[in-house]
Ligand binder design. Sequence first.
Ligand code: SF4
Length: 417
Amino acid sequence: MPRMGDQRWSCQSCTRCCRDLVVHLFEQDRERIDKHGWRDRLQVAPYVRLGRGWVLNKREDGACVFLDENGLCSIHVQQGADAKPFACRLYPFSVRPVRQGWQVSLRLDCPSAAASKGESLDRAGGWLGQLLNKHEMPHRFRKDSADFRRGLPATAEEIEALQTRLLRWVKDPSRSMNDKVVGAARLTTTLTEAKLEKIRGPRFAELLDLLSSALPTEIASQPQPPHSRQRGMLRQLAFAHAEHLNLAQMRAGLVTQWHHRWRQLRYARRFRKGVGLVPRPPNATRDPTFADVESVSPARDQIQEIESLLLRYVLGRLTGQSVFGEGYYGWPILTGLPALWLSIATAGWWARYHAAADDRPVISLADVATAIGMVDRAASRLPILGAMPERIRINYLLRDDGVARLVCAYAFLDDTK
Ligand code: SF4
């Protein structure tokens, strides 16, 4: 299980996942649906083809065909929770095979998870284990090793040493989340510049201790504002996080169609330039300009709640092992870690976007929750984020204190108050 501090979760039946997500089915799921005659009862196909697999069908408004007029799942109401498809029972958790079993992650795109409502996360481990056993999930473990950088494998002890220092730093309650992320970003940048091939094993742990002890001094010097190229790259990263297709678009093979690619390319260019209206992402109602987004100020209220959400996001990613290696597109540690810190700046940009789209001059907790949900949902799931251009972008932003600059420029909270 991820170790996310005081994280809680219980389903609040908001139905967001029943509307937003595409639910992939196992053969057992389809057999159960067929056995109970749902095709006749619904008068519509309960599941449809998507590529080589099958997914739950959707209505025109995007809702799952099983969602009834009372906002409840028909399978759950009529046959009980155990009869629901595996993916519906698992969400908002996701699992990945690791050497000793399954690594669980909690997805913060579920509003209840983002707001930390319900039972302590510790209680979920038992029923998740039963669910995995019952469904006989194929355990296709590949490897749990990772490279520092290409061609320089890290040992399990070195990964553990790095993770321990980072966790200790981000959990320290005496510092703001912004300082923690800036410090962690600078530590990561220093590691990318170090000759790690010569600093291995215990010496690597010593280096980490040395760098960790220097972090309070590191964060004392505030990063400069990012220059225009760094901002442009951050906006492109923000655009990449927003790619979201609904089921109808996926089935139509939109992602492979030239006009979709052409439009994405044009939008990516507009994000890089940062001039004029922001191309509208899915579910947005109003188009703010890029200048409107930049003019939004950090949050002033519900500071503790925002700090808690950011901390839970970072802890979830670090302890859920979804930052590098098999947990993150097979990326090396020293590319995956900066991607994590940059995802926070990306969320800061999207939180500003949501405030600007709502004509508000200041970020709210709801903006932060939406933005963190978006980056958390995208991380390790959107193929575009694992592509070569993203790695090149991240390597560029590692130079000239770019990561720390962007984290500060798009901070959720104003540390100077
Ligand atoms: S999004 Fe979360 S709270 Fe809402 S119905 Fe799905 S699991 Fe429940």
